[in-house]
Design a protein. Structure first.
Length: 347
């Protein structure tokens, strides 16, 4: 009996030794699994695709901020992050090709900058099981990327650049006390622009304005549409409409010849000649988006567990050179608290 008990103890010790040896193996790679809870995997690397719908300042700032947000969370390009970057140049067909390409390269996540890119990325992502984090989407609900309560429709979430419409109207009224009509040029296929125009039309009467809008379908339509719009309005306010923003220098040139002020929606538009804007900080918006993406990459949350986020604060940006060229004095109540004032026009 004693001999039997001794054999059992030896077998038990051997079993425990083998079990502990198995637990001490090397940590899994990103494709094999994730490290134990509370532990960081020093070998963890990520590949993300950044799809940008158009080439202009505000979307560039979103991309810059997005990478900063990831870096804040320890995910740094060139160290543990590989970035695949493509720009569709405001072409929806190219946007779809870009997202398919990201999927073929086994991206761990797609960052979609602007509404059309986000819609395309979601279509590809849900087929390939790739989470999507978007930014610069004015109305995620209208774009069918979120439910009415803000909850995601799938493995997709991000940040909205909803325009501070009433603050913009209040600012324009202060700058142009006698103006009656505001023109808005927009792309008919961009749901974010349609949503913003409806909001402008609803709020404009409270500030004594009438909104005159004119739709385009492509960049080639901008020159004639701008000419027609400028014949009907006292000033123009610009949305975050990607196709229109990409053509803003042309619009500003035409407006200057008719001595018609153009107001922007963010800092980059003011830099290149818009008189002023109650706008958002797109670097900050992108940075917020990057932090959301980091949580998904690290496995802390799924995209489907995070409602989209909105930056509520708007700041005044003014261009004193553009105002002076039009014989306009920017009110002290805005310039005294301006986030930034520009004295030159950057081309």
């Amino acid at each position: 009996m004693k001999k039997s008990m001794r054999s059992i103890k030896i077998l038990t010790a051997a079993f425990l030794s083998l079990s502990l040896t198995g637990c001490a193996g090397s940590p899994p790679s990103p494709k094999d699994g994730s490290p134990a809870a509370g532990q960081e995997d020093p070998g963890q690397t990520y590949t993300i695709g950044i799809g940008q719908f158009a080439a202009h300042g505000s979307l560039d700032n979103c991309r810059e901020g997005f990478l900063l947000g990831l870096a804040d969370e320890g995910i740094i390009e060139g160290q543990n992050l590989t970035v695949l970057y493509e720009n569709s140049q405001a072409d929806g067909g190219i946007a779809s090709q870009i997202n398919v390409n990201f999927a073929s390269q086994k991206a761990d996540l797609i960052c979609a900058i602007a509404t059309p890119m986000a819609q395309s990325a979601y279509g590809v992502g849900k087929k390939q099981d790739i989470p999507v984090i978007y930014t610069a989407v004015t109305d995620p609900v209208a774009a069918q990327l979120a439910g009415p309560d803000g909850s995601p429709v799938g493995e997709i979430t991000g940040t909205s650049d909803k325009l501070p419409v009433t603050q913009q109207l209040d600012m324009i009224r202060s700058v142009l006390p006698d103006a009656k009509t505001i023109g808005i040029l927009f792309t008919t296929s961009e749901v974010n622009s349609l949503s913003a125009i409806e909001e402008y039309k609803a709020a404009a009467p409270d500030y004594g304005f009438e909104i005159v809008d004119m739709g385009i379908s492509a960049t080639a339509d901008v020159p004639l549409a701008a000419d027609a719009l400028l014949e009907q309005v006292d000033c123009v306010t610009n949305l975050t409409d990607n196709t229109v923003v990409a053509s803003l220098p042309l619009i500003l040139n035409k407006a200057a010849k008719k001595n018609i002020p153009v107001f922007g929606s963010e800092i980059e538009q003011v830099k290149i000649g818009c008189v002023a804007a109650m706008g958002l900080d797109y670097v900050a918006l992108g940075r917020q988006t990057g932090k959301m993406a980091a949580a998904v990459l690290k496995g802390e949350k799924k995209a489907s567990q995070m409602d989209f986020q909105v930056i509520e604060e708007a700041a005044f940006y003014g261009n004193t050179k553009a105002a002076q060229d039009l014989g306009i004095t920017l009110p002290d109540r805005f310039t005294s608290t301006a986030k930034e004032l520009f004295t030159t026009i950057t081309q």
